[in-house]
Design a protein around this ligand. Structure first.
Ligand code: NAP
Ligand code: SF4
Length: 667
């Protein structure tokens, strides 16, 4: 008996039966824009083979003005239709079902031709949208219907009409953007006319068994957003207009509340989907921060949804469903919701991939083929770089031994997992441990391997990681290292953190949290970020009520800019806002003079002052730990040096894992 009976149960939509309750949610990968449609097709087909019940493509623009950015993918020409047919054919051959998302960005379209309900600029775009007149609105509807028809012609099994996240249709729903006084604005009846009309006309145009998913915003998290009564009214109207399924969206892109980052509690918004489910009769899909089969099963078993949507988890592991079904859930590579290789890439114009799985979106170019000659491989260092190299080498058939002087595997991941809001790292370390064990790798923990131990291996991989940089500050022997603090060293009521990189921010969050993590307490998390109930307040926004900081923290750097500029593109603002809410003083342009029993003497803006703190914590970056690599070189033993031992600057788990995987793919 499977532990996931609800997740794996089929879902009868009347005209078609889905093989399970798992929807792979829409993701913009950038693959379509490469023009390599074989690669696009392989991305989706790989996930069909991994067991997904129904998948939704990245958003396709219905017209040029609705594209998220100039040149955004869409289905405009007969050639486009033929390209998309490559995808749908491959998906169908693999036994899957796929719907195309129609995404009209409205005022989020990054271009001067963008359009919306009213000429109200979004805070996340420099462009003021053009207010559509009656004919303009009719054109948008006609273009969306035409896109649905082209999707049908291209072989898709359905479409998802994007009506959430603050995009075009969502913009018409709320007075936050819709200031119109004609029949498309004013009363809610009028404001919801556009999305309902779109669904009605698409349904009328497509064949009866074509799946029509409408993605509805359950909580806008912007001022003057929808009320809960309005959400229900829209859901019922969309159902009556012919939608087959309601998918759910949380928060507009401009919202200042995180909705998918790793510090958001797992299934943190699923209670709203459960509430909506009682108001409609078509299937309802829960989404946001669902990344493990037990979480998904819990939602379905409690009657909270008919399906669950997961998107990034299928980048981390395309075989998520198959592994859950086969009783191998511990082998599912977990999405840690870091955004580092997916959304951060998307928003900087790079192809999407995954920190945990460098093959994601590179299925045709990064392949782990069986090795031509089986070799003995020694890996020194069981951090992310070393473990990934070992796993890929073992998967290819090599005989692998891992050495690590620590009694546990994980390297620096074991520090990250102690930071409140980074609990997902627990799952990543557990996955590495389970995978290393199942791969038959000879894991020698608590063993300091040196030159003599490594003679005789066909390949030696040095992944010995990093050492803290010597900050060279007078009196620094009185300071604590970040690792000591994260491992639980006693700290007082006033602390200065030297260095405001990723680790400085992590340490500051650790210090102010005082042992409590809102990420594992959804009610507390909602209070801290000001997430209310849309039934009480339109849009679901209330005043944030952060728990007071456990101590006063100064987070310092020498660069004059604002601390945190180098953090992740889509997550840096969350870290800055979290520390701001806890009263952390984040100062740039600081020179360090000395550390003494009195505290830290600094100079800032030409003025010297003492920060009278109980402790100073050094988070001043890293240097490569090349001791072993140098000794091997001196002994004439060739070795591959990867991860922090190779280059420490701007090292993160993404680069370490990617480097490990690529090296081992070629051994
Ligand atoms: P880092 O990002 O390179 O930051 C080092 C900090 O130390 C900077 O603020 C730097 O700022 C300061 N610094 C450098 N040399 C110094 C010196 N001699 N004396 C005093 N201060 C000095 O390194 P990290 O914070 O150790 O993080 C390492 C890597 O882990 C990062 O690249 C990051 O990608 C990754 N990481 C990421 C996250 C995340 O949230 N995504 C979290 C943890 C770690 P100034 O030079 O201006 O003083
Ligand atoms: Fe998840 Fe991070 Fe991979 Fe994105 S990069 S899919 S957030 S693990």
């Amino acid at each position: 008996m499977t532990p996931f009976p609800h997740l794996l149960a089929p879902l009868d939509l009347g005209h078609v039966t889905l093989k399970n309750r798992v929807l792979m949610g829409s993701m913009h990968t950038g693959l379509e824009e490469t023009g390599d449609w074989n690669r696009v097709a392989e991305f989706y087909a790989t996930r069909v083979r991994g067991g997904v019940g129904l998948m939704v493509t990245g958003g396709m623009a219905p017209n040029r003005e609705g594209g998220v950015f100039p040149g955004a993918a869409g289905l405009f020409t007969p050639a486009d239709i033929e390209n998309h047919r490559i995808v749908t054919d491959r998906v169908h051959q693999a036994g899957g079902l796929i719907a195309m998302q129609i995404l009209h960005a409205g005022r989020y379209a990054y271009g001067k031709d963008c359009v919306s309900a009213s000429a109200v600029k979004s805070p996340i775009s420099p462009f003021v949208p053009r207010e559509l007149d009656e004919d303009g609105i009719e054109k948008q509807i006609a273009d969306i219907v035409a896109a649905a028809l082209r999707a049908q012609e291209a072989g898709y099994d359905g479409v998802e009409i994007m009506g959430s996240e603050g995009y075009f249709l969502n913009q018409f729903l709320v007075t936050h953007v819709n200031r119109r006084t004609d029949r498309w604005g004013g009363t809610y009846e009028n404001r919801m006319r556009l999305p309902v009309e779109v669904v009605r006309r698409v349904r009328a145009a497509v064949r009866p068994d074509f799946i029509l998913i409408y993605r509805i915003s359950l909580i806008d998290l912007v001022p003057d957003g929808s009320t809960w009564d309005e959400v229900v009214q829209l859901a019922q109207a969309v159902q009556a207009a012919g939608a087959s399924i309601l998918n759910t969206g949380i928060g507009w892109h401009e919202a200042r509340v995180p909705t998918i980052a790793t510090s958001v509690p797992r299934a943190g918004f699923a209670h709203l989907t459960a509430r909506l489910r009682g108001e409609v009769t078509i299937p309802v899909i829960a989404s946001n921060r669902i990344n493990a089969p037990d979480v998904a099963e819990g939602i379905l078993a409690s009657g909270g949804a008919d399906m669950v949507s997961m998107a990034r988890p299928f980048l981390a592991d395309p075989d998520f469903v198959a592994k859950a079904a086969a009783g191998r859930a511990d082998e599912i590579a977990p999405c840690i919701a870091c955004n580092q290789a997916c959304l951060d890439h998307t928003f900087s114009g790079r192809l999407t991939s995954c920190l945990v799985n460098p093959q994601a979106c590179h299925e045709t170019v990064l392949r782990y083929e069986p090795a031509g000659r089986i070799k003995s491989v020694a890996v020194v260092g069981a951090g992310p770089a070393g473990m990934m190299a070992a796993l890929v080498a073992a998967r290819r058939g090599h005989r692998v031994v891992i050495f690590d002087r620590s009694p546990r595997l994980g390297g620096q991941l074991n520090l990250a997992r102690r930071v409140p809001g980074k609990e997902e790292f627990d799952g990543l370390v557990a996955w590495f441990a389970a995978s290393v064990a199942k791969a038959g790798i000879d894991l020698r923990l608590g063993v300091q391997a040196d030159v003599a131990d490594l003679r005789g291996f066909d390949e030696v991989i040095v992944a010995t990681g990093v050492l803290p940089r010597d900050a060279g500050i007078a009196g620094q022997e009185l300071a604590l290292g970040y690792a000591e603090v994260l491992r639980g060293a006693a700290v007082g009521a006033r602390v200065a953190v030297i260095g405001a990189g990723g680790i400085g921010f992590d340490v500051a969050e650790f210090l102010v949290a005082g042992g409590h993590s809102a990420t594992i307490d959804a009610a507390l998390w909602r209070r801290e970020w000001g997430v209310g109930d849309p039934a009480d307040v339109a849009g679901g926004l209330v005043a944030p009520a952060p728990v007071p900081a456990a101590r006063q923290v100064w987070l310092l750097q020498r660069k004059p800019e604002k601390p945190g500029r180098g953090l992740g593109k889509t997550t840096g603002w969350i870290h800055r806002a979290a520390l701001q809410a806890k009263g952390v003083k984040m100062w740039g342009g600081v020179s360090y003079r000395e550390i003494s029993a009195r505290g830290l003497r600094i100079e800032r803006g030409g003025v010297e002052e003492w920060l009278e703190v109980d402790q100073v914590v050094l988070c001043a970056g890293q240097i490569p730990d090349r001791g072993l690599a140098d000794r091997l070189a001196a002994a004439g033993i060739a070795a591959h040096v990867i991860g922090g031992a190779d280059v420490a600057a701007e090292l993160d788990a993404k680069r370490a894992i990617d480097q490990g995987a690529r090296l081992a793919a070629g051994l």
